[in-house]
Design a protein around this ligand. Structure first.
Ligand SMILES: *Cc1c(COP(=O)(O)O)cnc(C)c1O
Length: 372
């Protein structure tokens, strides 16, 4: 029987195995592991790639979000607007600095924050809007940025799922005053452990963040601000520099795979809408199905592994109970949590695999009268 994993890094890593091994060995032999030349090199390269002047490597995506909020002085008593349909890290980072996340439902077709609903949620305490380019699909940044400007709010991008995506030809991760990203292994740009970064055009914020990530210290053993330890290490930075060279090629392969899914899936199978202003990098390829759990079970019997992003939305998680939301408050997000299914999509997945997965899904939809 076939066995198609949901995600596999095997093929991608095999393509550049020699380069990666040589670089890791080089770091090991240099005996220099923290805050060295490889990090500086990657920061320069990733800033250039993102079309920003600065990049600060940090320990993970959560810290990238949290440190961005701290650098902007966001604290207890402040409110931060964020999309309800996101990975929980976005919301926990806001709570971690003591601020209150104000959740806005997402658009039912694009799954990104519904900007029409943002202004009604702005209060005198609102300091920032965090947008999430969910599954690699850019948010409507023109509208978001103009709402932010009009109301004197910071924009922070959570770009963890969208390295290389474009909105009106401009890279995501370059619109916000600060932009947070993650290099978790399975992201479009991933390292071999935890990693993250912040991009910005503001030199003063970069300087603050360089200190903050390293115990508030710009000079060894002298701490100017009460910072933390959140550093991107040399081994990860070296790996990321290598993978960054292939990112555009891999992203275009992901787009090709997504277009193959759209070609082979019955037109009645609903997929994420990508606006004509946007170029997605398809971190995930999702379909909406009213019998989602049964479909997932059926696909397992055919050797096809899928995942659910996300089975419980942040506002209904126990961890967020103090925010006081209840079922029904964010209907689109709640519907997506019951209907979305993420299909296999990774470098090395073949056209034949995509045809096979699509045929099985089409069969399930027909058998269950799900096509209208
Ligand atoms: C992965 C992810 C994060 C968190 O990244 P970590 O490196 O795992 O901390 C934050 N936001 C979104 C949208 C993500 O997908």
């Amino acid at each position: 029987m076939k066995n198609i994993p949901f995600v596999s890094l095997e093929h991608q890593n095999a393509l550049i195995k020699k380069e990666l091994e040589a670089d890791i060995l080089d770091t090991v032999q240099s005996n220099y592991f923290i805050l060295g030349d490889k990090l500086k090199k990657f920061e320069t390269e990733y800033a250039a790639y993102s079309n920003t002047s600065q990049c600060i490597g940090v320990g993970n995506g959560f810290d990238a979000l949290k440190l961005s909020l701290l650098a902007l002085g966001i604290k207890k008593g402040d409110e931060v607007i964020a999309p309800a349909h996101t990975f929980i890290a976005t919301i926990l980072a806001i709570m971690d600095v003591g601020a209150t996340p104000i959740l806005v439902d997402v658009h039912p077709e694009t799954y990104t924050i519904d900007y029409h609903q943002v202004e009604a949620k702005i209060s005198t305490r609102t300091k920032a809007i965090i947008v999430v380019h969910i599954y690699g699909n850019p948010c409507e940044m023109d509208q978001i940025c103009s709402i932010a400007e009009k109301n004197d709010l910071f924009v922070i991008e959570d770009n963890a799922q969208a390295h290389g995506a474009l909105y009106k030809g401009q890279k995501t991760g370059s619109f916000g005053v600060l932009n947070a990203t993650s290099f978790y292994p399975a992201k479009n740009l991933g390292c071999f452990g935890d990693g993250g970064a912040i991009t910005t055009d503001q030199k003063a914020l970069q300087e603050y963040l360089l200190m903050y990530r390293n115990y508030g210290s710009s000079k060894k053993y002298f701490s100017d601000v009460s910072g933390c330890n959140s550093r991107l290490d040399e081994i990860q930075a070296g790996i990321l520099s290598i993978k960054l060279k292939y990112l555009d090629k891999w992203n275009s392969e992901r787009r090709k795979m997504a277009s193959e899914y759209k070609k082979y899936l019955d037109p009645g199978v609903k997929t994420q809408h990508i606006d004509t202003n946007s170029i997605s990098v398809y971190h995930l390829f999702t379909i909406e199905c009213d019998k989602r759990n049964e479909l997932q079970e059926f696909l397992i019997t055919e050797g096809i592994n899928t995942q659910i992003h996300y089975p419980v939305p942040p506002h209904l998680q126990k961890a967020c109970s103090k925010l006081g939301y209840k079922k029904g408050d964010l209907p689109i997000t709640e519907k997506l949590s019951n209907t979305l299914l993420s299909l296999p999509l990774y470098i090395g997945l073949t056209t034949l695999d995509i045809q096979f997965v699509s045929e099985k899904i089409n069969y399930f939809y027909k058998k269950n009268n799900l096509l209208d």
